[in-house]
Design a binder for this molecule. Structure first.
Ligand SMILES: Nc1ncnc2c1ncn2[C@@H]1O[C@H](COP(=O)(O)OP(=O)(O)OP(=O)(O)O)[C@@H](O)[C@H]1O
Length: 260
C-alpha cells in the first residue's frame, strides 16, 4: 500500500452460509488500487466480482481480512460518500425526469438548490446528456439511461466510481460508444474506477489494470498491468499490443477453469 492507494484489500474472505452449505464467494483476496486507476474485474459467473465490489461499498461484510477505502474502513468511506455506484440496470425512477433522477442523491444529502442545479448541468454535460434533463427515462434509449445513471453516481463528486457490469445489457455498437465515452470521462475527471465485466475486449480496452478471477472459492488468479497508452482510440483493439493483453486475460480465465 502506498500514499496513492485508494482501495486496499488484504486477505479478504467472505463466506455465505446457505442451506446448501458454505459458499466461499471470496477467499484470500489481496489487491491495491491506486488513485486514478481504471481496474476491471473479469471472471466466470460466481467468482465473486460483485461481492468484491460490494465489500468496497460496505454493502457486504467480509468474514475475515481487511479492506480500506481512502485509508479508512469501508463503512467510514460509505458514510463519507467516497464512491458512486453504477449497477447493471440503470435503476432510474420512471416518475422522475432525468434531471430529477440525477438530483435525487443531492436532495437526500441536503444540497442547496443553486448548487444542485449547477451539479446536474455539469454531470449531464459530462455524460453528453445536456438537453435531456426534462425527459423521462422511458423517452431515452438503454445506453442513454445508463449514462444518466452514471451522471447520478458522479453528481456528488465522489472520487471513486464502482461500476457493476454497467453496459452488460447493451448491444455491441452502443457498448463501444459508451466505452469510448467512459474513457473520455475518466480522463477528464481523474476518478478511480472499479469496473466489473464479462467482456475481454471491454476489460482490455478500458483498464489500466485487469484483475482475473476464478470461482469456488472466488479468488484472484492474475493481475495484468496494461501496457497500452491511456489515450485509446477504438481501433487500438486491432493492435498487436491489445491482442497480446487479451490473450493473457483469456489464458488466465482458462487456467482458472482448469483447476476448478
Ligand atoms: N447474499 C448471498 N447469499 C448466498 N450466496 C451468495 C450471496 N451473494 C452471492 N452469493 C454467492 O457468492 C458467489 C459469488 O457471487 P458474485 O455475485 O459475487 O459473483 P459474480 O462473479 O459477480 O457473478 P456474476 O458474473 O454472475 O454476476 C456465488 O456463488 C453466489 O451464488
Amino acid at each position: 500500500m502506498t500514499n496513492a492507494t485508494v482501495i486496499s484489500a488484504n486477505r479478504l474472505s467472505l463466506t455465505f452460509e446457505t442451506n446448501d452449505g458454505p459458499v466461499h464467494a471470496l477467499k484470500d483476496v489481496s489487491l491495491d488500487i491506486d488513485k486514478g486507476e481504471f481496474v476491471s474485474f473479469i471472471g466466470p459467473s460466481g467468482c465473486g466480482k460483485t461481492t468484491f465490489l460490494r465489500c468496497m461499498a460496505d454493502l457486504e461484510h467480509p468474514t475475515s481480512g481487511e479492506i480500506t477505502v481512502n485509508g479508512v474502513s469501508a463503512e467510514e468511506a460509505r458514510r463519507m460518500r467516497a464512491y458512486g455506484y453504477v449497477f447493471q440496470a440503470a435503476g432510474l425512477y420512471p416518475w422522475r425526469t432525468i434531471g430529477g433522477n440525477v438530483r435525487l442523491p443531492l436532495e437526500i444529502m441536503g444540497y442547496e438548490k443553486p448548487d444542485m442545479d449547477a451539479r446536474v448541468d455539469r454531470v449531464l454535460d459530462l455524460v453528453e446528456l445536456s438537453g435531456f434533463e426534462r425527459k423521462y427515462p422511458w423517452q431515452l434509449s438503454g445506453g442513454m439511461q445508463q449514462r444518466a445513471s452514471i451522471a447520478r453516481a458522479l453528481a456528488f463528486d465522489a472520487d471513486i466510481l464502482l461500476m457493476d457490469e454497467p453496459f452488460g445489457a447493451l448491444d455491441e455498437i452502443v457498448r463501444d460508444h459508451l466505452n469510448e465515452q467512459l474513457l473520455n470521462l475518466w480522463a477528464r475527471t481523474e476518478k478511480t474506477i472499479a469496473f466489473v465485466t464479462h467482456s475481454i475486449p471491454e476489460a482490455v480496452y478500458l483498464s489500466t489494470k485487469i484483475v482475473v478471477m476464478s470461482p469456488r472459492p472466488g479468488r484472484i488468479t492474475d493481475v495484468i498491468e496494461s501496457p497500452l497508452p491511456r489515450d485509446r482510440p477504438l481501433d487500438i483493439r486491432d493492435t498487436p499490443e491489445f491482442l497480446e493483453v487479451a490473450h493473457r486475460v483469456r489464458e488466465g480465465l482458462r487456467a482458472g477453469h482448469i483447476d476448478d
